[in-house]
Structures are given as structure tokens and as C-alpha cells.
Design a protein around this ligand. Structure first.
Ligand code: DAH
Length: 341
């Protein structure tokens, strides 16, 4: 018994002094102390030599020793399992770079449009992309049989013949006029949809920004001045704008605005169809019928409206010759755009 206790003390010391800093050392330790032919097992065998009246006491001592030997091993296992052993990491190594994305050119140009009109007091209004007939067409002076509906190939929604994907952001004008009394001065950026075959020049979805200004004494001169200011801020003072008479059911009179082609500089290209001019927006004085539709008194108020294609503006600003590039998600294309100034 004395002898056994001494042995135990020696083993305890050995266990305390052993360093199990790697998996191999821990494994040898396990085999030596806890294995099927290991020290702990042998000590239990030696119980036979202990006199009967001491068995209980020695049994307890041996159990404690067993727990002590096991806990050393468990501790070593948990330390050795820490990811790649914390002490082996070189904290002075440079970190993995986190690549920063860039904004999509359409977003950059949209933000720029909003910012320019923001300086003139226009605030942003939004509306749904799934619209009803009234807000997209009828309320805008385009009843069911109106020929102008053919100008826009519309996606209708199966479940309800009254629902469609908005073909223009003019639908937001309708929604704002319905709720708000003049003065109204809003800009409405958003996505629109038309059933067009995708090509370098057309897409089945694209972006527009609508503008609407209604107050007392708003004139065509205000419309021109506002849009001149806009193109100069967007493209620089040397841009050449021109107005052409046009037709839209929701404005009277109506005009389209062109600017000189910034892609070919007037030499002629596929974007300006070799004319040197590119149309960027439609506009006009809000039709009195429209004002009446939305319970705004046309004898008291007048207004102007315009709608521009964001892809077109972006195309001229960054000289992009194919509309499909905007939605192909090619990083070589997308990484080139840093900021629209
Ligand atoms: N909604 C027209 C289109 O998509 C653009 C437009 C023209 C908007 C004249 C207007 C406007 O607000 O007054 O072609």
C-alpha cells in the first residue's frame, strides 16, 4: 500500500510536468496513462494486493488519480483543436483585401439627375412598377382606344386585365396629382417596362425620370429654362440643346429635346443615326384635361412636365454604344464608373 501511494505520487508529478503542446505528445500520453494497457488500468489491477479494509480508501484515491490523468488529456485535446493553434498565427501578416464594389452607371446618373433637380427645389416621388390602367394611361388623357397607346408596347398581367407593368414614369405624376395640391415640384426616377426586342438600341426594361411642376403662372419659358439648366449641369456648358415640337396626350403644347451627339461629336454614328442629334426627353405644358382629371383647377394653375430616359443620358455621358451592357453584369464594364461629375 505504501509503495503504491508512492508510485501514485511519482505519476502525479510526471503528469504535472508533462507538456502536451502538440497532438503527438497528447497521443503518447493517452497511450501511456489511459490506454488499455496503460498505467491507470494497471493500478486498478494492483487493487488486488491491497488489504480488504484499505480497499475503499485506496479505491477513492485511485479514482481521483484517474480523473486527474483524464483531465490533463482533455485539456490538451481542447488546446490542440483551436484553429491552426493560435500561437502559430503571424499577426503581423497583411490582411485579406475586401474588394469594394462600384455603383452602377445608371445609379450614378440617376443620382446626379436627382441632385441637379434637387437644387431647383424638386423633391423625389415614387410609385409602383405594377400599375393600373388609370394611372398609366386613362388618367393621363389616353382612353382605351387612344392611338398613342400604340407608342408603348405594354406588358399586361394575366390575373387582372386592368394591371400592367408601367410603361413610363408619368404614372407617378398621376399618383402625386391625385394626393397633393399645388404647388407640386417633383422628380420621379424609376424603372419602366416595354415589350421590345432586346438590341443595342432597345431593351424590355429601362429607366426614366419624370419631372412635374405645377403652380400659378408656370410658363413654357420656365420649362425651357429648367431643362437648359439641367443639360448644362449634366453635360457641361458647351452642350447644344434644341427643342422640337412633338405630341404627347398629357401635354399641350409638347416638345422633345435633343442635344448634340456627344458620342461622335457630330461626325455621325449609330447612336445619333448619323444626324448629329440625340433625343433625350419628352416634355410639355400639362394638358388642362389632366389637371381636371385630378381635380386641379386649370384656370388657376398651369404646369410643365418632362420625362427622360436615364440609359440615354448615361449613354451620352459615358459614351456607351450598346444598351445591353447595362444589364450584362460584366465587371470589366461596371468597374469603369466611379462618379458622375
Ligand atoms: N412619358 C413619355 C414617354 O415615356 C415621356 C414624357 C413626355 C413624359 C412628355 C412627360 C411629358 O412628362 O410631359 O415617352
Amino acid at each position: 500500500m505504501e509503495e503504491l501511494l508512492e508510485k501514485l505520487e511519482t505519476y502525479r508529478r510526471e503528469i504535472r510536468e508533462t507538456e502536451l503542446t502538440n497532438p503527438d505528445a497528447a497521443e503518447s500520453y493517452r497511450i501511456r496513462f489511459l490506454g488499455t494497457k496503460g498505467i491507470v488500468k494497471n493500478l486498478f489491477h494492483e487493487m488486488k494486493t491491497v488489504p480488504a479494509e484499505k480497499k475503499k480508501e485506496f479505491g477513492q484515491i485511485l479514482n481521483e488519480f484517474k480523473l486527474f490523468a483524464e483531465s490533463k488529456y482533455e485539456e490538451a485535446k481542447s488546446i490542440n483543436h483551436q484553429p491552426s493553434t493560435i500561437n502559430q498565427i503571424d499577426w503581423s501578416l497583411p490582411g485579406d483585401p475586401i474588394p469594394l464594389g462600384t455603383r452602377h452607371p445608371i445609379s450614378l446618373v440617376r443620382n446626379r439627375i436627382v441632385e441637379i433637380f434637387g437644387r431647383l427645389g424638386f423633391s423625389v416621388a415614387e410609385g409602383p412598377e405594377i400599375e393600373d390602367d388609370w394611372h398609366n394611361f386613362t388618367g393621363l388623357n389616353m382612353p382605351a382606344d387612344h392611338p398613342a397607346r400604340d407608342m408603348q408596347d405594354t406588358f399586361y398581367i394575366h390575373q387582372n386585365p386592368d394591371w400592367l407593368l408601367r410603361t413610363h414614369t408619368s404614372s407617378v405624376q398621376a399618383r402625386v396629382m391625385e394626393k397633393q395640391k399645388p404647388p407640386i415640384r417633383i422628380i420621379c426616377p424609376g424603372r419602366v417596362y416595354r415589350n421590345e426586342t432586346v438590341s443595342a438600341r432597345a431593351h424590355c426594361f429601362f429607366h426614366q425620370t419624370e419631372g412635374l411642376y405645377i403652380d400659378e403662372n408656370v410658363s413654357f419659358a420656365d420649362l425651357k429654362q429648367t431643362l437648359y439648366f439641367f443639360v448644362q449641369e449634366m453635360f457641361g456648358k458647351s452642350v447644344k440643346p434644341r427643342f422640337r415640337p412633338s405630341y404627347f396626350p398629357f401635354t399641350e403644347p409638347s416638345a422633345e429635346m435633343d442635344i448634340n451627339c456627344l458620342i461622335c461629336g457630330g461626325a455621325g454614328c449609330n447612336v445619333c443615326k448619323h444626324t448629329g442629334w440625340v433625343e433625350i426627353l419628352g416634355s410639355g405644358m400639362v394638358h388642362p384635361k389632366m389637371l381636371q382629371n385630378f381635380h386641379i383647377d386649370p384656370n388657376k394653375y398651369t404646369g410643365f412636365a418632362f420625362g427622360m430616359g436615364v440609359e440615354r443620358i448615361c449613354q451620352l455621358k459615358y459614351r456607351i454604344n450598346d444598351l445591353r451592357l447595362y444589364s450584362q453584369n460584366d465587371l470589366r464594364f461596371l468597374r469603369q464608373f466611379v462618379a458622375a461629375d
